[in-house]
Structure formats: C-alpha cells, structure tokens
Design a protein around this ligand. Structure first.
Ligand code: ADP
Ligand code: MG
Length: 369
C-alpha cells in the first residue's frame, strides 16, 4: 500500500502486474472480490453517495484502487533463506534440481519479455480472476533487435534471491522443485529506447548495486553525457529481456558456486561453441561455473549460465535457444528414474519442512465504515 500519498508509487507496480497478469512464474495480483466473468453484463450500481458502504462495495473499491495491491501468498518464503541454509550445510544443488529452478526463473523472464501475452484479452485485470499460464517463448514475436530494442519488454532491475519466492509442490511441472516465482515488481518497468535522457541516466542506478547488470556498469556510459542509444552502445543502457536473463543467471551462478559474485565483477574472455558448431569469442562474468570444481553439474547448464552472463547482451542466448535446452534437460521422466528420485528427495529435504501457513481468506483486518 502507498503509505506516503504525496509520492504514490504502487500504481507503477500495478502496471507491471497488469502487463504480467496470467504469467505463472511471476507473482500475481489477487482480487478480494472477483465478480465479473467475461461476457457477463455489468450490474446497475447505486451511487455510493449518501448511503452506507457495505462490505462488498469496500472489497470492490479495494480491487480497483491504484494505491493498494493484494498479491498471492508464497508459503515457503524467500529463496535466499534456502540458499543460505544449503551453503551452511555444504549441500551442493544437484543438476536436476538446478534445471528445474532455471526453468521456473526462465519462464518468469518470458512472462516479462512478452507483456500482456499470457492474459486472455477478454479478462479484466481489476474484476476477473485471471488463470495462470505456463510461459513460453515459442511462437512469440521476436523481441530481439540490436543495438537496443523498441519492443517494450518489462525490465525488472531487481531480480535477486530475496525477490524470488517459493510456493508449493504440485503433481506436474513442480513435482521435483516447488513452484518458484519472481516477485517484487516495485522497480519493474517497460524499457523503451526512446525514454528521455534524464530518465535514461536514472535507469543506471535502479536496483541493488550487488546485482547490477553489465548494462548498468559498462564503461560505455563513461566520458559522455548524451543518451547512450545515440552512441549505439552494445551494452551500456541497452536494457531488455536479456537484462532479466543476466540477473536470473546470476542467481543460478550463486546456486552452483554457493558464493557471491566478486565486487566489482570481472569479466573474463571465453570462447563459446555455438549451436551450429562455430566458435565465438566473448567476455563473461560467469566463467567461474566452468571450473572443474563444478564438474558434477551438467556442463550444458553451466555453459548456459556463463552465456547468459556475457557482457554484450547480443552474446547472451535467445529465449528460444534456452527453451530448447530446457526441453531437453529440464523434462521430468517420472519417479522410476533414480536420478530424478534422488533430486526429488533432495529438494523435499531442502524445501520441504513443515506445511506452509495458509493465508486467511476472511478479510480479518477490513474495517467497516
Ligand atoms: N507474495 C508473498 N508471499 C510471501 N512473502 C512475501 C510475498 N511478497 C513479499 N513477501 C515478503 O516480504 C518481503 C518484502 O517484499 P517485497 O515485495 O520484496 O518488497 P520490497 O520492495 O520492500 O523489497 C519479501 O522479501 C518477502 O520476505
Ligand atoms: Mg524486495
């Protein structure tokens, strides 16, 4: 809720939730009075003036308010707690578990890359419960356009382990690892290259400095004051879905190494073998995961992480390429597979624990006027 009405901020967050409504791996708004189903005529409503508000009216007004937002409850809390406890117990995340976590985070990135794509257009964000859809990059418009993009993908700016929340296990895609969602859309905004100069420069300082992407720290910003897009910078100021990709890869990097990225981060040169067999020289911040110390983890996953952490966003893989990897490696084959069973046991031990508390469905705190 906006506690300072003189400087309202939540409406921006609500806009980001509107754009990502229906995206299963992004925290969703919940309505406290979902009433209208698509196709239903609007009821004639009495004027609120001169009459007592009833509970239904209050709930409806809260759903429509632009200074308050209700979001779904994620019973297992923040991801950073689990990483800290795994690190403390010297528990390494197994490959199968890492692929499943990457799958959830990747789908969250898709949810922001294609705004409005996962909501049935007939449904009203303020009135209807919106079913959650598993996000994909397949058959989506091409949102990769260099240098810079005019497509207004949402850039989150603050995807770190405290803004990733853990939900429940289910019997389908989240049976090994519980549903994981990207949360806290407080800084999330669509990024247009055409944004004014001062706003563009302000972008550079958005989010936590410990997870700044190369787009923010690049030397390309230095020694000039003009809009970075006029310089056709490859990295500096070139925000897009690839920025979110860098930040989720940084989370994966932490899960693999159980370390924090050094500050300031140091990119190192690396030669990547592309899908077509060609070699490409790149600079990446994620090279450490390629170290032999992590050979117990699938090399494909580690290379993908290092690729997503390339300094130049153009060297990071496209969403389609990543989804191809996930189709191959993050698919579950069933409880008969001993490796999958071991991963499931591991994840139940780490993420399991006592059943999460359930939110009260009664509006206990709602005062009547
Ligand atoms: N949907 C949720 N379910 C469970 N806990 C949540 C949820 N949203 C936020 N939290 C908790 O509240 C904290 C702050 O929320 P967040 O949205 O990240 O706000 P801030 O902008 O203050 O960082 C989170 O780190 C988490 O511990
Ligand atoms: Mg937060």
């Amino acid at each position: 809720m906006d506690l300072n009405p003189m400087s309202p901020r939540i409406w921006k967050e609500i806009h980001a939730h509107m754009a990502t409504a229906g995206a299963q791996h992004i925290i969703q708004q919940v309505l406290i009075h979902p009433e209208h189903k698509p196709g239903m005529p609007l009821p004639i409503r009495a004027s609120a003036q001169g009459r007592r508000y009833d509970e239904e009216e209050i709930r409806r007004e809260l759903d429509n308010a632009m200074n308050i937002l209700f979001i779904e409850f994620m019973g297992r809390g923040r991801f950073d707690d689990y990483i800290a406890s795994a690190a403390q117990q010297k528990e390494r995340f197994p490959s199968q578990v890492l692929w499943q976590i990457f799958d959830c985070l990747f789908r969250g990135v898709c949810g922001m890359a294609y705004p409005e794509a996962f909501r049935n257009r007939g449904l009203d964000f303020f009135k209807d419960d919106i079913p959650q859809t598993r996000e994909t990059s397949i058959n989506m418009p091409d949102c990769r356009f260099y240098p810079g993009s005019w497509e207004a993908s949402i850039v989150h700016y603050d995807i770190d382990t405290v803004n990733v929340l853990i939900g429940d296990f289910d019997k389908t895609e989240h049976n090994i690892v519980p549903l994981i969602k990207i949360a806290d859309l407080g800084l999330a905004t669509p990024f247009y290259l055409g944004i004014p100069w001062d706003k563009m420069w302000a972008r550079r300082k958005v989010g936590k400095s410990s997870i700044y992407p190369p787009e923010a720290t690049s030397h390309e910003w230095d020694y000039h004051e003009i809009h970075p897009s006029w310089l056709r910078c490859m990295t500096g100021g070139n925000y897009g879905y690839w920025t979110n990709l860098y930040q989720i890869a940084l989370i994966m990097w932490q899960l693999i190494t159980l370390c924090r990225l050094e500050m300031p981060p140091q990119p190192v040169p690396w030669t990547v073998e592309r899908e077509d067999g060609t070699l490409q020289a790149v600079w990446t911040y994620g090279e450490r995961v390629l170290d032999a110390a992590y050979n117990d983890i699938d090399v494909e996953l580690r290379e993908l992480v290092a690729m997503c952490m390339c300094d130049n966003p153009e060297h990071r893989p496209t969403l389609e390429v990543i989804e191809g990897y996930l189709d191959k490696f993050a698919k579950t084959s069933g409880p008969e597979d001993p490796e999958e069973q071991a991963a499931q046991d591991w994840a139940r031990r780490i993420f399991g624990g006592p059943p999460p508390p359930q939110p009260s469905m009664s509006m206990a705190g709602l005062a009547f006027i």
